[in-house]
Design a protein. Structure first.
Length: 252
């Protein structure tokens, strides 16, 4: 009698703790499912990369013309430099599809073990994070990089003739775009911190000027630019993102 009572209690607790529709599966089945999903992602990325490679020269020329002044030629200093740039550019194009697909497959893999509130949370956070990353990369591509490169090349014109390595220039472009995409995750981090009660909204509002100083220091640290243009742009963007974060957190 006592045994059946505790068995019933334990089964009731188990049903209560487990998310609705969750089924316990052997570890091997989880590993097989994860492997299948990863193979799908790698296959799609590899296929898109192969498709884009023949068009990578034209894409590279479009990027170069958008960012670099017309009087500066594209130069490479090694037989493999342009090949590596073309492959990297093709992989980046494939990642535009691959990263959302990765997030979808991870969410689908985790979905059976999540509560409805956790599923709703992921449905909000994942698209919001992608949108913020794209917004940061677009700001870098259309505003920061053209301004920065034109100013740097203009000020060096009286000293030396500009011959930019396509490999090093493309590496700088991808680094800045990825960096700004990551920086634009700042509102999401602030909102999550307030939502999880790691910090209070009132505290952030009262200490606003201290946060501004910290953001300025962070901008100087991550943007080693002698012209101070990138530091200024990043600092202004971070402050604006912080204010947006406060506005969102206010209505949570």
């Amino acid at each position: 009698m006592i045994t059946s009572y505790f068995a019933g209690k334990m089964s009731a607790t188990k049903r209560y703790d487990a998310p609705p529709g969750d089924k316990e599966l052997p570890l091997v089945e989880h590993v097989v499912e994860l492997r299948h999903r990863l193979l799908i992602i790698m296959g799609v990325v590899a296929l898109i990369t192969i498709i884009v490679i023949p068009f990578s020269d034209g894409l590279l020329r479009i990027i170069w013309n958008d960012l670099i002044p017309s009087n500066v030629d594209m130069v490479f200093y090694g037989p493999w430099e342009i090949v590596k740039v073309r492959i990297t550019l093709s992989l980046i194009c494939a990642s535009i599809v691959g990263i959302p697909l990765l997030m979808y497959e991870v969410a689908a893999f985790m979905n059976p073990g999540l509560y409805p509130s956790e599923r709703r949370f992921l449905l909000i956070v994942i698209p919001f994070s992608l949108i913020l990353f794209i917004a940061g990369a677009l700001l870098g591509y259309f505003v920061l990089l053209p301004l920065l490169l034109r100013v740097l090349i203009f000020h060096s014109g009286n000293v030396a003739v500009a011959q930019l390595s396509v490999g090093k220039t493309f590496s700088m472009v991808t680094t800045i775009l990825a960096g700004l995409g990551i920086v634009f995750q700042f509102p999401l981090l602030v909102v999550l911190a307030v939502k999880m009660e790691l910090v209070k909204y009132e505290t952030l509002k009262e200490k606003r000027w201290w946060v501004y100083a910290a953001l300025l220091a962070f901008a100087v640290f991550i943007s080693p630019d002698p012209t101070a243009i990138s530091q200024l742009v990043v600092a202004v963007v971070l402050v604006a993102l912080f204010e947006v974060s406060l506005l969102i957190a206010r209505f949570l």
